[in-house]
Structures are given as structure tokens and as C-alpha cells.
Design a protein around this ligand. Structure first.
Ligand SMILES: Cc1ncc(COP(=O)(O)O)c(C=O)c1O
Length: 452
């Protein structure tokens, strides 16, 4: 019988960790099957999927409608070139379904195969838009400290993963960063509401400093998971929208995580009452049944782009028919008012369950929930002179392992437990997730008590 973890270590590059670490923990966990809200690994162990993979499987695993749509499409047309003067019916149907889902506010789509490509293409389109309209000097892209936008050199440069960026640099130039709206730990040292959302003003100041004629776009996630589900104050997004319009800087919403119902609406920007100029989607667009991303342009941008603008070369797999068929079936499942209502209801239940079961427990820090995105901070133990304090990375690894042992899959990254169950999960799964976390925090307290 194949020893899958050992063979995976031998035969597959594991990015985001080291092979030495994998060997030490006996990893990787190799998933084999899944159904609904559960994953099963190659040894038969079953886990609650408390993160929908990585905020991907919004419709849950093995959904029969998506499987049927993909099978039918693969039989009908598995692949055809879908650019340079060609398209396919599945891609056209999906583009129509998607633009309908956003009420036609965004009215044209470019398909990619993932989030990094979506963000990268969105920003290239922003640059093309300006140069096609006679402003070729508008090149710089501004992002926020603490964000993650992808793994191509451009999107990695916009992210705040310096350790990775340094390893593969030099990064492209024409990138700048502003502060993140993390009120719980304000980077400007201010407190809300007296701060007058100085975090948004930092964008205006940065555009002024760089010169408005040089700035093409500002890219940001409506709510950033890499910044620990930091929910901006209500004034933040309207202020950012106004600043971008004032300086003719395109607002690019990275809705790779937050889009397709995760936050209780098709797009999270709608919850903040704003329209972006370009939206990047991926992850849950097919609920993970096939790799697919999309770039949506606002109707004003679509009409503002000269019809003779020469667009850049695209991807071989743009508009992949089977992926598009999966996405159309997925949108039929997820873009329904009762699904969005369910997200709001389960969000409240998850918040209550986490606060009831974890509040006051040792080493539990902040708890933040927005839609079905949640984060629980791990409070590090106080430092004691002469004794080694375990790092956030060490504690995170221990917590991840204990949660897996108890039958719950999620990620704990840099001292933050990330959560995001499938949107169709039964309501009581929220309580079960909180119970698993409570046991893992108890184990952490025991462990830290022993080593002190
Ligand atoms: C906000 C955000 N943008 C972009 C990406 C990149 O997406 P992908 O991994 O599909 O390239 C991610 C990935 O996690 C993300 O969280």
C-alpha cells in the first residue's frame, strides 16, 4: 500500500513550508476523499473542513449539481482556445451568469485560472486603461501593508511576505504601500472614531507624495484574512472610494477570498456600500471543483476602454469550458438570497459560539468574525527572563497539529487561527468548531504550564 505522506515528501515540492519540517511532523496530510463539510485523508482519518480548503469550497464537497455540470461539459467540449478571436459557449454563459449576479454593475469578464492571475491581470488592465486614455505615466500600484495578493512576482511584491519576496527578488518596481485599517492595533497609534480614519488619509497622502499622474491603481481586500480578518470601520471604504475617484486612481478590489457569498453577499464590497473599478475573483468561483479566476470590469471602465485597445496576451486556459460549467452551477447554488441569509445567521452563531466557549480561556486573544470569515488570536505567554518563550510560529504549528488530531482541519498562521466553513454547513457545525478550538486552547494552556 502506498505510504502517501512519505511519497508526497519524496515526489512533490511542498511550497509554504520546508521539507525538513514535513519530515519531522510525518506530513503532509494527504487528503483522499471529501463530502459536504468533511475531508478524509489517505489513512481514513476524517476531519471537519473548518476552512473550506482555504476559503474555496463554499458550496461544500462533492456537490452533485457541480459534478453533473462538469461531467456534461467535459463530454460536450473539454477544451477550446478562448481568446485571439475565439470563445466557447460555457465561458459566454458563465460571463452572463456572473455579470447578472452583480446586477450588471460589472459588465465584462476576463477569465484566469486563479487568484494571483486575477489580481495581476486586473492591475495590468488598470495600467492599460490609463495608457489607452493618454495617461501612460500612471503606472504605480499601491497596496496595503499586511495584505496578500498572490505569488507571481508582481502580486508577491504587493503583498507583505518579505521573507518570500527577498528569496525570489528583485521584485518589479512601481509598487508602494500604505497602512492597513487594523483598528485593534492601529499602525498609526490612533483610536477609532477620533482617528478620522487616518488609514484612508494615508492613501491620499501617498498618492500626493508619489504624484497623482504616476499612480494607476490601489488594490485591497474588502476584509483581509492575511491581516487577521481586520474589519475596517464603516467610513473606511467610502473614504477610499472617494480618494481613488478624486485622483483618477482605479480601485481594484481583491475579492479572491471575500467574493461569491463568503461575506453574505456576492461581493463583500457591496456590504460596504461601494463599487470598485475592477474586481478580482478566484477561489470560490467554482467552489474549488476546477481552477478558475475572473476579472470583472465596472461598466464605466468597460466603456472607458477604447474599443481598439490592444489587450495583452492571455492564458492558454482562459475560459476553460469545464471550469466555467462548474462555476455556473456553483453560482446557481450560492447566489440565492437564502444562502446569503444563511451566512448572516451562521456568522452570528459562530461569533457567539467562539465568544461563549473561548472568551476568558487562557491564551485566547482577539476574536473577529465577518460573514463566514473568522480569526482567533493566540495570546503568547509572557516572557520570563532566562526562559525561552515559544515563538508564534511554534505555537501555531502545535495548535494546527492538535486540531487535526481532534478531527478539525484548519490553518493556524503566525498565531492566528483562521476559520471559514462551507457556506451550506449545518448551523450546529459552528458550535462544533468552537468546541474543537476550546479543547485545543486547553491543551495549549497545559503545554505552556508544563514548560514554564
Ligand atoms: C486575498 C488573496 N488574493 C489573491 C490570492 C492568490 O490566489 P491564488 O493562490 O489562487 O493564486 C490569495 C490566496 O490566498 C488571497 O488570499
Amino acid at each position: 500500500m502506498t505510504d502517501y505522506p512519505a511519497t508526497a515528501r519524496e515526489r512533490i515540492w511542498q511550497f509554504g513550508t520546508s521539507h525538513r519540517k514535513m519530515a519531522r511532523t510525518g506530513g503532509p496530510v494527504v487528503f483522499d476523499t471529501a463530502d459536504g463539510c468533511h475531508l478524509v485523508d489517505s489513512t481514513g482519518r476524517r476531519y471537519i473542513d473548518a476552512l473550506s480548503g482555504v476559503w474555496v469550497v463554499n458550496a461544500g464537497h462533492s456537490h452533485p449539481d457541480i459534478v453533473a455540470a462538469m461531467t456534461a461539459q467535459a463530454t460536450r467540449l473539454g477544451y477550446a482556445l478562448s481568446e485571439e478571436g475565439f470563445a466557447n459557449t460555457a465561458a459566454v454563459d458563465l460571463a452572463t451568469r456572473l455579470t447578472d449576479a452583480v446586477d450588471g454593475v460589472y459588465d465584462r469578464v476576463y477569465f484566469t485560472t486563479g487568484g494571483s492571475e486575477s489580481v495581476e491581470m486586473a492591475l495590468r488592465m488598470a495600467r492599460l486603461y490609463h495608457s489607452a486614455r493618454g495617461k501612460p505615466g500612471k503606472r504605480t500600484v499601491i497596496s496595503r501593508q499586511g495584505s496578500y495578493h498572490g505569488t507571481t512576482l508582481f502580486t508577491l511584491g504587493l503583498s507583505s511576505y518579505d521573507i518570500f519576496s527577498r528569496a525570489v527578488g528583485p521584485l518589479p518596481d512601481g509598487l508602494a504601500k500604505v497602512v492597513h485599517p487594523t483598528c485593534a492595533d492601529c499602525p498609526l497609534g490612533r483610536s477609532y472614531p477620533g482617528c478620522a480614519v487616518g488609514c484612508a488619509q494615508d492613501l491620499a497622502d501617498t498618492i500626493e507624495r508619489l504624484g497623482p499622474d504616476t499612480v494607476a491603481a490601489f488594490v485591497a481586500e474588502p476584509v483581509s484574512t492575511s491581516a487577521g480578518v481586520a474589519v475596517p470601520p464603516p467610513e473606511y471604504w467610502p473614504a477610499v472610494r472617494e480618494i481613488c475617484s478624486r485622483y483618477d486612481v482605479l480601485l481594484v478590489a481583491d475579492e479572491v477570498v471575500t467574493g461569491i457569498g463568503r461575506c453574505g453577499d456576492v461581493l463583500a464590497t457591496r456590504r460596504f456600500g461601494i463599487e470598485a473599478d475592477i474586481v478580482a475573483l478566484a477561489k470560490a468561483l467554482t467552489s474549488g471543483y476546477a481552477p478558475l479566476g475572473a476579472v470583472l470590469t465596472h461598466r464605466d471602465i468597460t466603456t472607458g476602454m477604447p474599443a481598439n485597445a490592444l489587450l495583452i496576451p492571455g492564458f492558454t486556459f482562459t475560459g476553460h469550458p469545464v471550469a466555467c460549467a462548474a462555476a455556473t452551477a456553483n453560482l446557481d447554488i450560492l447566489c440565492r438570497p437564502e444562502v446569503h441569509d444563511g451566512v448572516h445567521r451562521k456568522s452570528a452563531r459562530l461569533a457567539t459560539a467562539l465568544r461563549d466557549r473561548l472568551g476568558g480561556r487562557p491564551h485566547v486573544g482577539g476574536i473577529r468574525v465577518f460573514g463566514l470569515l473568522a480569526a482567533v488570536d493566540l495570546e503568547p505567554p509572557p516572557t520570563v527572563p532566562g526562559r525561552r518563550t515559544p515563538s508564534a510560529a511554534e505555537l501555531s504549528q502545535l495548535m494546527t497539529g492538535w486540531l487535526l488530531e481532534s478531527g478539525l482541519y484548519t490553518r493556524v498562521v503566525e498565531g492566528c487561527v483562521q476559520l471559514g466553513p462551507p457556506l451550506l454547513a449545518p448551523d450546529d457545525l459552528m458550535d462544533a468548531i468552537a468546541d474543537h478550538l476550546a479543547s485545543a486552547f486547553d491543551r495549549l494552556a497545559e503545554h505552556l504550564g508544563r514548560i514554564r
